[in-house]
Design a protein around this ligand. Structure first.
Ligand SMILES: Cc1cc2nc3c(=O)[nH]c(=O)nc-3n(C[C@H](O)[C@H](O)[C@H](O)COP(=O)(O)OP(=O)(O)OC[C@H]3O[C@@H](n4cnc5c(N)ncnc54)[C@H](O)[C@@H]3O)c2cc1C
Length: 360
């Protein structure tokens, strides 16, 4: 049995650990804080890129594979832990109507269910929408699902611990040791540690840890803020998307509103301006929300990368050092496939998708 270290206890690191453990490997996850409290907790849990036709084939491939994996994964984790991450095929309504032709072509190419629906049908699907913002044509993607990402993290963590994976919290990794192009250990919490492979899954902080061994692309933090209204179940049943902002209804009646896209470095503070902007968006398209309280407002740092394509490969100059990062706005929807792709490379197995697009 080989020993593998994963640095970073977000969704990407934990799922990479999940698939390596499933293959019978010995795993330690090192997290500098508490697992799953960064971007993977802050995210909305939409299991689709927002306007999926705007993305490269590389993103679509990971998203499609993950969309197929998710229902079984959530069921498996529920059976193992009794924690339900609430995979919910709630559908996605896109109210921007200026890219309909491109969207239809994309849906045909990737065999994704997509309908163009008239106002009467939209009102039937979501009766409480503001009638004055209803377009003549709305895009309806009935198969798009969502999950509650904080619960997924809890379920995954419990399942990994049950299977003997070591999870070390409050354990920051400060250095990657390399000799002659070969991984020679890491410094974690001041101690030297060795393993057959080390994976960096540090989200927005990945490039900091790689400063002596930079990747061809830099991972930059991109702040996102969200708010949540506490409403009643069934007020809204599908995800609504307009002008790059969205509403996500949870089964218990909470409605999440997201999100901002801010290039402010590692500043994770939330701002009153963003709260107002999100509130105004939400109550404009769904006026009934004005009757309900905003329960929380939060911010997280996405691992931003060029073309939004993650890096999922062995480091180009360091044998034994692997990277799984840069998932930007799509790190929840692409997580299972990304983790399978990296685990296959570490184990020397055939990857589930061509690895090339994720190596530059
Ligand atoms: C507001 C918002 C909304 C989003 N909505 C969606 C959505 O609806 N759908 C979707 O698919 N994606 C969404 N995303 C994106 C998604 O959340 C991220 O792409 C994904 O969570 C990234 O996961 P990660 O594991 O790479 O990073 P993270 O979850 O940030 O985990 C990285 C971990 O590494 C740890 N770490 C960092 N440095 C070190 C170190 N030196 N030593 C040890 N540990 C370290 C951190 O503490 C952290 O726990 C959203 C993001 C935000 C912020």
């Amino acid at each position: 049995m080989q020993q593998h270290i994963i640095i970073g206890g977000g969704l990407i690191g934990l799922l990479t650990a999940h698939y390596l453990r499933q293959a019978g490997q010995k795993i330690s996850v090192l997290e500098r804080g508490i697992v799953g409290r960064e971007s993977s907790w802050a995210g909305g849990g939409i299991l689709s890129p927002l306007y999926p036709w705007r993305y490269t084939d590389a993103i679509t491939q990971l998203a499609s594979l993950s969309q197929n994996i998710y229902p079984g994964l959530i069921q498996q984790l529920f059976d193992e832990t009794k924690i339900d991450a609430q995979w919910n095929r709630c559908g996605l309504l896109i109210l921007d109507s200026n890219e309909i032709n491109t969207a239809v072509q994309w849906a045909e190419q990737y065999e994704c269910a997509l309908e163009i629906i008239p106002p009467a049908r939209l009102k039937k699907i979501t009766p409480n929408i503001n009638p004055s913002i209803i377009p003549e044509k709305t895009l309806w993607l009935p198969d798009i699902a969502q999950i509650r990402n904080p619960r997924l993290i809890k379920a995954l963590t419990k399942s990994l611990i049950q299977k003997g994976v070591t999870i070390l919290e409050n354990t920051p990794v400060s250095k990657i040791l390399v000799r002659d192009g070969q991984l020679n250990g890491i410094i974690a919490d001041g101690q030297k540690m060795h393993a057959n492979s080390v994976t960096i899954a540090c989200g927005a902080w990945s490039s900091q840890l790689l400063k002596d061994h930079p990747l061809p692309k830099t991972i930059k933090p991109v702040r996102g803020q969200m708010i949540v209204f506490k409403t009643v179940p069934q007020l809204l049943n599908t995800i609504l998307l307009l002008d790059s902002h969205y509403l996500i209804p949870r089964l218990d009646g909470r409605i999440l509103v997201g999100s901002t896209l801010e290039y402010v470095g590692f500043d994770k503070n939330k701002t009153p301006e963003a709260k107002t902007q999100l509130y105004q968006f939400a109550t404009r398209i769904f006026p009934k929300l004005a009757k309900y309280p905003v329960e929380h407002h939060w911010a997280g740092l996405r691992p931003g990368s060029e073309a939004q394509t993650p890096f999922i490969s062995q480091h180009p100059n360091v044998n034994g050092l692997y990277i799984n990062t840069g998932h930007f706005r799509n790190g929840v929807v692409t997580a299972p496939a990304s983790a399978q792709l990296l685990a296959a490379q570490i184990l020397g197995k055939i990857p589930p998708v061509n690895r090339k697009p994720y190596t530059t």
